[in-house]
Design a protein around this ligand. Structure first.
Ligand code: HEM
Length: 445
């Protein structure tokens, strides 16, 4: 009936299923090498068929050309959605489209650029705070930095650091629970009877209370507020002219926190590691910052194909935080010689697409200059996704990351202690650790 791509053999299914928990990228990649760019895994554990792929053409077909036939899997819409609500990342169908049309304009280049000063202030404060004359956890630093940036660009001074800490604590706990549910779904009854599920749903409720208070207070105030909340409150649906309902607004805010901090934090940590291990690139970066003089933070120098930009793009190629993207087929479908039944889950491994030697020369090397080549647009490079659900925060992310690197290398140096980059692929791909000491330059740049 259906012509599924080559299957993981009976013999290798157990090995694959076990390793999907402990080291998913290694086993998924190994299967590509053995079975080709697209293969099938029948998982008896969850009674579902998975098609894994690193074929850019199939990715384009599913994400763009035939995207109407594909939806996000229940892992995001239900498992994560029950804690985080139905914001853009966890929403589907008509409701998603309606929300996307309302929320996306708030992330236009023009609107994001208005947040420049807020980002600069947060970055300066974080770096100052971390100069301690001792080794610190740099990944923790990039995490709290990007969390504070999203909090302050969303709420301005309407949120205080105590509230930020509480929300960040709740989101971290919820993410841990989510990972447990995804990795060990067969323990679901235990999560229920042991009270873990309830405890995490309560955390979610508590978080919503904080957001509701902030929003209600804002609605009672008058004045000029330069933040995303103000824009979201002023946004109107095209058809009805109505604003967003309170609970939907809270859903969107929670998603912005979740989608908008860890991805950038991971990228910054990977980028720092790569810069510190590539002396010539570091020199070029510092030279660029110095050559820009007083313009090193100005909007007109931020978004061109600068050294700072190509370094980040290359870090995102080697270590895409969204290392895997999934979709479920709503109806039976076929692509080239293959066909599959509705309900099949298609998993795209961006990590492997970005490192496939067929497309990339020296795929494992850190070579930012490849992003200056003419043919770069034809390469399979999708750190921010593809098609209708493309990341709305790309411009925001580049702005905060470029500002951070420029401010950091303008006046500081890093004595990095982590010698080898070990990664862990959970919801996002992140470093296991990154430790080092920040020191002030003893010369003024
Ligand atoms: C380096 C940083 C980032 C990376 C690598 C990244 C990556 C991605 C990817 C791959 C998707 C698509 C997922 C899919 O199709 O299944 C996505 C969606 C999304 N991202 Fe980002 N992201 C980053 C930063 C941000 C930031 C800073 C924000 C917000 C401030 C944000 C908000 C979102 C939202 C709301 C969605 C869902 C869009 C939708 O489904 O309509 N992201 N991101």
């Amino acid at each position: 009936m259906y012509n599924y791509p080559p299957k993981v053999s009976e013999k290798n299914i157990w090995k694959t299923l076990l390793k999907l928990n402990s080291d998913p990228i290694a086993i998924i990649s190994q299967n590509f090498r053995e079975l080709g760019n697209t293969y099938t895994l029948n998982s008896f554990l969850v009674n579902k068929r998975f098609v894994f792929s690193r074929d850019p053409e199939l990715f384009d077909y599913v994400m763009r050309k035939n995207q109407k036939n594909y939806e996000k899997s229940a892992i995001q819409t239900h498992v994560l959605g029950k804690y985080l609500g139905k914001g853009l990342l966890t929403n589907t169908g008509k409701n998603w489209l309606k929300q996307r049309r309302l929320v996306q304009p708030n992330f236009s280049t023009k609107n994001i650029e208005l947040l420049h000063q807020t980002m600069v202030d947060e970055i300066k404060a974080t770096i100052e705070d971390q100069i301690k004359n001792e080794t610190i956890d740099l990944y923790k630093m990039t995490n709290s930095l990007t969390f504070n940036i999203i909090a302050k660009t969303l709420f301005g001074n309407s949120i205080d650091y105590d509230q930020i800490l509480r929300i960040s604590g709740s989101i971290t706990e919820i993410q841990k629970m989510f990972i447990k549910e995804v990795r060990k779904p067969f323990l679901m009854s235990w999560y229920k009877v042991s009270g873990q599920l309830k405890k995490h749903l309560q955390l979610s409720d508590e978080m919503r209370v904080v957001f509701r208070e902030i929003i209600l207070k804002r609605q009672s105030e008058t004045g000029d507020f330069n933040d995303i909340l103000q824009n979201l409150l002023q946004s109107r649906y095209e058809d009805s002219g109505e604003p967003m309902a309170m609970e939907q607004l809270i859903d969107e805010i929670i998603i912005l926190f979740v989608a908008g901090h860890e991805t950038s934090a991971n990228t910054l940590a990977f980028t720092l590691f790569l810069i510190e291990n590539n002396e010539s690139e570091k020199q070029l970066l510092v030279k660029e910052i110095n050559d820009l003089g007083g313009d090193f933070l100005s909007l007109k120098t931020l978004f061109g194909n600068s050294k700072t930009m190509t370094i980040i793009k290359e870090a995102l190629r080697l270590y895409p935080p969204a290392w895997i993207i999934d979709r479920v087929a709503l109806e039976d479908d076929s692509f080239k010689d293959f066909s599959w039944e509705k309900g099949t889950i298609v998993e795209f491994l961006l990590y492997d697409m970005h490192r496939n030697p067929v497309d990339w020369e020296q795929p494992k090397s850190f070579l930012p200059e490849r992003f200056e080549e003419e043919d770069i647009k034809s390469k399979p490079y999708f750190p921010f996704g593809n098609g209708a659900r493309y990341c709305i925060g790309e411009h925001f992310a580049f702005m905060e990351m470029i500002l951070f690197l420029r401010l950091f290398y303008k006046k500081h140096q890093l004595e990095i202690e982590t010698k080898e980059m070990k990664t862990i692929a959970l919801i996002t791909l992140r470093p296991v650790e990154l430790r080092g000491k920040i020191v002030l330059n003893n010369f003024e740049n």
